[in-house]
Design a protein around this ligand. Structure first.
Ligand SMILES: [Cu+2]
Length: 343
C-alpha cells in the first residue's frame, strides 16, 4: 500500500469541503456590471432576484426551482437588446469570495415574459418559460463539462436570440450540479433570475405554445439528466432535462449532446484559480501526478462510488440491482487501482 489510510480520509474530508455552494454575484452586459445581493444579506437595488441562502434547491418539484431559494423581487431592470451577450458571474461561498465550487452538470437558460407588468413587480411562479440555451459536456471522454470553466473562474455567457421580440423578461440561468446525481434526489439545482428589458426593435421572435413550460413542472427527479447513474462514466452521453431549446433561439434537434459550441459559450476571461477547488478544475484523467497527489476529483468519485456500493439499497428510491452493484464494485476496484497507481 502506497497511501496510508489516513491520507485517504483526509482527502475525503477535503472532498466534502470542496462541494460548497454559491450564487450569481454579478450580471455583465454591454460592459455594464450589475451586482447582485449576497444571499440573505441586507438588500440593495439590483436586477438579480436575491435568494435567501447559497444552498441548492433540492427536488425537481420544489417551488423554489422557480427562481432559487425564497427568491425576492428585485428593484431594478437591466436594459438590453436582442442578440446581446449576457455574462453570469457565479461565485462560491456566502459572500462570493471563492470560485464556483462545482464542475459536473449542465447549465441551462430560460426566459419568461413579464407581459405588461414591470418585472420588478412580476410574480413568476405560474409563468410559462422557454429555453434559449443549454450547455453540457464539452468532452465526454474526459468527463469535462462547460461548468468546469466556471469553477475555474470564467463567467457563463449566454446570447439572447437575435430575433427576440422587445419587452419585459426574466432570464433564468440555472446550474444543475450533478456530483451526487448517482442517487435519486441527489441533483442540486441553482436557478438565478434577472430582470431585463429588451429594447425596441422590429423583431417579433418568440417561442411556440408547445415550447413553454412551468418551473417547477418541466423536470422530474428521475429524468435521465437529473438522476444519472452514468455521470462518472467516461464517454457516457448526457440528456438535458426540460424542453428543447426554442426553435427561434436556435433549436435543439436531439436533446442529447456533447455540445460542440459549449466552449464558445464560456468566457476564458476569468483568471486562473488558486483555490483548492480550482486545482481539479479540468479533471484531466491523464494527469500523471503521484498517488499522494491524486486529484480531488478522482478521490471524490471514489468516495461517491464507495457510498453507492456500500449503501443499503433502501437508501435509494430506485433499488440498486445485483448487476448494477457488481458494475459499481468493478468501478470501485478500478478507481482504487488508479489511485494507487497514481494516475
Ligand atoms: Cu454546492
Amino acid at each position: 500500500m502506497k497511501i496510508p489510510l489516513i491520507s485517504l480520509i483526509v482527502t475525503f474530508s477535503l472532498c466534502s469541503y470542496v462541494s460548497g455552494h454559491g450564487y450569481v454575484a454579478k450580471l455583465i452586459v454591454n460592459g455594464q456590471s450589475y451586482s447582485g445581493n449576497a444571499p440573505g444579506a441586507q438588500a440593495t437595488p439590483s436586477v438579480i432576484r436575491q435568494i435567501s441562502d447559497i444552498s441548492p434547491v433540492k427536488g425537481a418539484t420544489n417551488p423554489d426551482l422557480n427562481c432559487g431559494l425564497s427568491a425576492q423581487l428585485a428593484a431594478d431592470v437591466a436594459t438590453v437588446n436582442a442578440g446581446d451577450s449576457l455574462a453570469f458571474d457565479w461565485r462560491g461561498g456566502s459572500d462570493g469570495d471563492s470560485n464556483w465550487p462545482h464542475n459536473t452538470g449542465p447549465m441551462l437558460t430560460y426566459m419568461t415574459s413579464c407581459g405588461s407588468t414591470p418585472c420588478s413587480q412580476y410574480n413568476s411562479s405560474q409563468s410559462k418559460w422557454f429555453k434559449i440555451q443549454q450547455v453540457g459536456l464539452v468532452d465526454a471522454n474526459s468527463n469535462t463539462w462547460a461548468q468546469a470553466a466556471v469553477m475555474n473562474g470564467a463567467t457563463a455567457n449566454v446570447t439572447l436570440p437575435a430575433t427576440l421580440a422587445p419587452g419585459n423578461y426574466i432570464i433564468r440561468h440555472e446550474i444543475i450540479a450533478l456530483q451526487l446525481a448517482v442517487s435519486v434526489g441527489g441533483a442540486e439545482f441553482y436557478p438565478s433570475c434577472s430582470q431585463i428589458s429588451v429594447g425596441n426593435s422590429d423583431q417579433t421572435g418568440g417561442p411556440t405554445e408547445d415550447e413553454l413550460v412551468l418551473l417547477p413542472g418541466a423536470y422530474s427527479d428521475t429524468d435521465p439528466g437529473i438522476y444519472d447513474p452514468n455521470i462518472y462514466n467516461p464517454g457516457a452521453s448526457y440528456t438535458f432535462p426540460g424542453p428543447p431549446v426554442a426553435a427561434f433561439a436556435g433549436g435543439d434537434s436531439s436533446g442529447t449532446s456533447v455540445s460542440g459550441d459549449a466552449s464558445a459559450s464560456v468566457s476564458a476571461a476569468g483568471s486562473a484559480s488558486t483555490s483548492a477547488a480550482g486545482s481539479s478544475g479540468t479533471g484531466s484523467s491523464s494527469s500523471s501526478s503521484s498517488a499522494s497527489q491524486a486529484s480531488p476529483q478522482s478521490v471524490c468519485r471514489l468516495q461517491r462510488r464507495m457510498a453507492l456500493t456500500t449503501s443499503d439499497s433502501s437508501t435509494f428510491t430506485v433499488p440498486v440491482s445485483h448487476k448494477r452493484r457488481r458494475s459499481l464494485l468493478t468501478g470501485l476496484f478500478r478507481d482504487v487501482a488508479l489511485l494507487y497507481r497514481g494516475s
